[in-house]
Design a protein around this ligand. Structure first.
Ligand code: ADP
Ligand code: MG
Length: 687
């Protein structure tokens, strides 16, 4: 049923609700409170002290008046509340309209903070509810108030009323969780859980309801992900790889370093998939600088040794270009010349590269999304490698894979994804972790630089450059406004090239430059001809220049923690000592400085990303472009991690007996799974 059939919902209301994603009555039931206000503990007014926060009082209105300023301007409303133990003034600033609502002799429940004003205690209400119950027996106890995500013109009271009428509309929802699971985890039925979430009598009741709905969500999510994993796992490899080693031996001979133990471990894991009975679907996680590129290259050579092509896809042209140069250099002694395919290449170059890929002459292809465009054909793609996977969506991963038949798929990410997210986002992948940095790496010296010390900092950076090292300067990020971001970048560039390094070459790199200019800037920096690179976050992923020892981040408070960690990872990649310097903008508050201090105190990427996820939530964490993250309405991946693990175990238990959910008792699960995830579980319809 559409919401506009609910009492009190006209065209304007429907439009406001649509902004919250609510179109049907059902959506209203699934509009979950952002938080609760616990007004169950009503305290006597006489016991209130200045500074008390979030207290609930219940009393009778002994007087009520509008507050007017000079010239009779209405400033707000004030009510004096009495409960037998004392009296307190409740001051509703800016809400003069309440004079028509809160009246003398009524009883009200008011919730807010207490402070002293002109010598008297005053309550600043956040929430207020009339406490006279319609039956007229005089009082109702305190209650738990829901706080919904709100939008312009749609207040909490209205939302509560609307959700209330949705609950009362009496649409009984079908239960989706099997009785046995509900019994095992003490979960109320769905209808009951919804009541508890929206009309809780206590916080405990609310959280029990929420837990049941979160479990429902996580259970189906895991059923989908694991179902897919079983499905892929059942596919047989057409031809298991043999270990030929002739190319790898040559590579090892020319490699300038020894692989770390962690790299070797991950390569063994990849090898065992490649020689095993099923296709490879593996995520390699490793902190910035842990050396993922070489692992990818070794996997690619396995494919080549077995007569297949390999493709390496990166999220930016700058990174793809750099990978291509690295690979070309390492593969030269092996007489392999990788192809490079970028969106902005001229038509002729593109055609030539695509032809080398199609004919199979290029054994390895490197590129951006250009690799998955229509018209790009491989002769026999055996291994698809995706670098910085978090920048791509699931569909792009699948598209690259589908350029071959029974293609193996290796994805790499430097964003250390919290375990909980890895389990859900990549639930259909096996996970390998490179949990060791190459020997000799020193932790990056990280400092938050106060603004008054800017000149001193610039002298320091100039000193490092004078000593033959190199520096990055990252420009402030300006969300949703590319024009101002560009202007800011140019201003920062002017400053550094004109004032700080007047007699050095400084290059500028940003996303909107022409492809050729980007490459030229990058090449000048890589060769050391330009010792300083001023850039936007295009340098965030992957870039690798060993002599770069300093990274200055202007407007550092505007970046997410994980992003700052990635940026910091641009330095400290060799044996030289290195520095990461955060220069907060003028508006940075104490909160954001505190956040930056977290980074100064730890280099553990996993810890940082958990913190980041906690601060920003999964949507923002991966940015809006991340299309792979399923939407969760109720469950919270960090808070509900233990529940996620349980849900996963349940799903695994069911699928291990019946991977396609074909048995009679599992039919309803299968039906619901298809309803929720349709094309993602396409194999169920066929299977
Ligand atoms: P990331 O994991 O961030 O993608 P890269 O693959 O770019 O890291 O490697 C970072 C740097 O470390 C590169 O310069 C690479 O040559 C170097 N490197 C990789 N593995 C090792 C190793 N085992 N010993 C020393 N240096 C290594
Ligand atoms: Mg990398």
């Amino acid at each position: 049923m559409r919401v506009r059939f609910l009492p009190g919902v006209g065209p304007k209301r429907s439009e406001q609700l649509a902004r919250l994603g609510v179109e049907r009555v059902y959506d209203l039931l699934y509009l979950f409170p952002r938080r609760y206000i616990d007004a169950t503990n009503v305290v006597p007014i006489g016991s209130l002290r200045s500074g008390a926060r979030e207290v609930a009082v219940l009393g009778k209105v002994v007087s009520a008046r509008e507050i007017t300023g000079r010239g009779g301007r209405k400033l707000g409303f004030e009510a004096l509340l009495e409960d037998g133990s004392g009296r307190i003034s409740c001051s509703f600033f800016g809400r003069a309209f309440l004079s028509g609502i809160i009246r003398k002799d009524q009883r009200w429940l008011v919730f807010g903070d207490v402070r002293r004003y002109r010598g008297k205690l005053q309550l600043n209400p956040v929430e207020y509810e009339q406490a006279d119950d319609p039956a007229g027996d005089g009082s109702k106890p305190g209650c738990v108030l829901t706080v919904y995500p709100s939008t312009e013109g749609l207040g909490q009271k209205t939302l509560r009323k609307l959700v209330g009428s949705a609950l009362d509309a009496g649409e009984k929802l079908v239960e989706h969780l099997p009785e046995s699971l509900r019994a095992r985890f003490f979960l109320p039925e769905r209808n009951e859980a919804l009541q508890a979430v929206h009309r809780p009598r206590s916080l405990t009741e609310a959280s029990a309801g929420r837990r049941a709905l979160a479990f429902d969500e996580l259970f189906y999510l895991e059923l989908m992900l694991l179902g897919r994993k079983y499905h892929v796992g059942q596919a047989a490899r057409v031809r298991p790889y043999k270990k030929h080693n002739h190319l790898l031996k040559k590579l090892a001979a020319s490699l300038p370093f020894e692989l770390t133990g962690a790299q070797k471990k991950v390569i063994r894991e990849i090898d065992s998939d490649l020689t095993g009975p099923h296709p490879l679907s593996r995520l390699v996680q490793g902190d910035v600088g842990s050396g993922k590129t070489i692992v990818a290259l070794i996997a690619a050579l396995r494919a080549v040794e077995n007569g297949y092509q390999a493709a390496l896809m990166a999220p930016t042209e700058v990174l793809a270009g750099q990978h291509w140069r690295t690979l070309s250099r390492l593969l030269e002694p092996l007489e392999i010349e990788p192809a490079l395919l970028l969106g902005k290449q001229g038509a002729a170059v593109k055609r030539e590269q695509a032809a080398r890929i199609a004919s199979g002459e290029a054994r390895i292809a490197v590129g951006t999304h250009a690799l998955i465009q229509q018209g790009v054909e491989f002769r026999n793609l055996g291994l698809a490698i995706i670098d910085e996977q978090h920048r791509f969506g699931v569909n792009q991963r699948l598209s690259l894979r589908s350029k071959g038949r029974d293609t193996d798929c290796l994805v790499m990410t430097a964003t250390p994804i919290p375990r909980s997210l890895a389990l859900t986002l990549y639930g259909d992948l096996d996970v390998s972790v490179i949990d060791e940095l190459p020997a000799g790496r020193k932790p990056v010296n990280t400092h938050v630089v106060p603004r008054r010390k800017r000149a001193e900092m610039e002298r320091f950076v100039a000193g490092r450059v004078a000593a033959g090292e190199q520096a990055y300067v990252v420009c402030p990020r300006i969300e949703d406004d590319q024009q101002s971001e560009l202007a800011a970048a140019e201003a920062v560039f002017e400053h550094y090239s004109g004032k700080v390094f007047p007699d050095r070459k400084v290059v500028l790199l940003h996303g909107r430059m022409k492809s050729g200019d980007k490459e030229a800037a990058m090449a000048a920096f890589e060769s050391g001809e330009a010792p300083v690179l001023v850039g936007t976050t295009v340098i965030e992923v992957g870039i690798d220049v060993e002599r770069a020892t300093v990274i200055v981040i202007e407007g550092a408070e505007r970046f997410g923690l994980s992003q700052l960690h990635q940026l910091r990872g641009r330095v400290g990649r060799g044996e030289l000592e290195s520095w990461c310097l955060f220069l907060p903008g003028a508006q940075a508050g104490a909160d954001s400085l505190g956040r930056l201090e977290i980074l100064a105190s730890t280099t553990d990427g996993f810890k940082i990303s958990e913190e980041d996820l906690r601060l920003r939530g999964p949507g923002d964490f991966f940015g809006r472009r991340q299309s792979g993250l399923p939407e969760l309405r109720c469950a919270d991946l960090i808070e509900d991690y233990p529940l996620l693990v349980e849900a996963r175990e349940c799903a695994r238990g069911i699928l291990s007996d019946d991977p396609y959910l074909e048995s009679e008792p599992n039919r309803p699960l299968r039906r619901e799974l298809i309803r929720r995830f349709h094309n993602r579980v396409g194999f169920l319809k066929v299977g």
